[in-house]
Design a protein around this ligand. Structure first.
Ligand code: NAP
Length: 247
């Protein structure tokens, strides 16, 4: 899948799934800008690895929930590369609690980082994509956004919101050949899921027909497919990548 001369922006690319997406898109030839919120050192390391591999990768520090910062990031992308072809809205956090105990701050901060962020970046990427009459937007949701999960009402609301947002925007921009899709990962091994103990992980694996926790690369490969012309007749969809957990 050749992404030479394409420009990609990935939110939350300093660790986990986002980092794997950055390297996957760069390996396919795209120029990649990724955002992060606190991992300065990790961001510089990723840029260095890119340089060593002859790839163009830039880290940009920006809170994904901040509308003005998203605009500044998009300006950076356009000044550097003159276009935006692929937007991956990946940045996300969890602040789990049963609703009875969930604070307003826990609810608001998760909605801000996981859902408002998708609005922020999609809004700023849409104009240049519409005038190019091409572009692929890929939003990272979650299987729990489809099925629900106790203790995650804030997170699930944000991820279900991402699926609804994806379908609505896909319908708005399809006539200009822009595609908007979502991916719903299942249980993927990253810092986010490392919080669970071995017993909890075993219980989850017992629910996965393919009998393993997913790798960040499993998601990155699906992003590559949705970013490329191999998926040019696919829009408004949510692709579940979960080892068969939800079917
Ligand atoms: P992770 O390992 O915790 O990494 C999160 C990434 O997002 C980091 O690069 C982090 O940057 C960045 N980030 C967090 N808040 C941000 C903000 N406000 N602005 C900009 N960047 C921000 O998480 P992950 O497991 O890779 O998850 C990535 C996405 O997949 C999330 O949307 C998550 O909800 C979704 N997902 C994950 C799983 C799973 O099993 N892991 C399953 C379903 C869906 P810093 O390094 O600077 O903190």
């Amino acid at each position: 899948m050749d992404l030479a001369n394409k420009t990609a922006l990935v939110t939350g690319g300093s660790r986990g799934i986002g980092k794997a997406i950055v390297f996957e898109l760069a390996a396919a030839g795209a120029n990649v800008v990724f955002t992060y919120v606190s991992s300065d050192e990790k961001a510089r390391e990723i840029e260095e690895i890119g340089k060593t591999n002859g790839q163009t990768i830039f880290g940009f520090k920006a809170d994904a929930g901040d509308f003005a910062a998203a605009e500044a990031c998009m300006q950076f992308v356009l000044e550097k590369f003159g276009r935006i072809d692929i937007l991956v809205n990946n940045a996300g956090i969890t602040k789990d609690n049963l609703l009875l105990r969930m604070s307003e701050q826990e609810f608001d901060s998760v909605i801000q980082a996981n859902l408002k962020s998708v609005f922020n970046y999609t809004k700023h990427a849409m104009k240049p994509m519409l005038s190019q009459r091409s572009g692929s937007i890929i939003n990272i949701s979650s299987v729990v956004g489809i099925n629900g999960n106790p203790g995650q009402a804030n997170y699930v609301a944000s991820k279900a919101g991402v699926i609804g947002f994806t379908k609505s925007v896909a319908k708005e921009v399809a006539s200009r050949s822009l595609r908007v899709n979502a991916i719903a990962p299942g249980f993927i091994g990253t810092d986010m899921t490392d919080k669970l103990n071995e017993k909890q992980k075993e219980a989850i694996i017992s629910l996965i027909p393919l009998k393993r926790i997913g790798d960040a690369e499993d998601i990155a490969k699906t992003v590559l497919f949705l970013a490329s012309d191999y998926s040019k007749y696919i829009t408004g969809q949510t692709i579940t990548v979960d080892g068969g957990m939800v079917m």
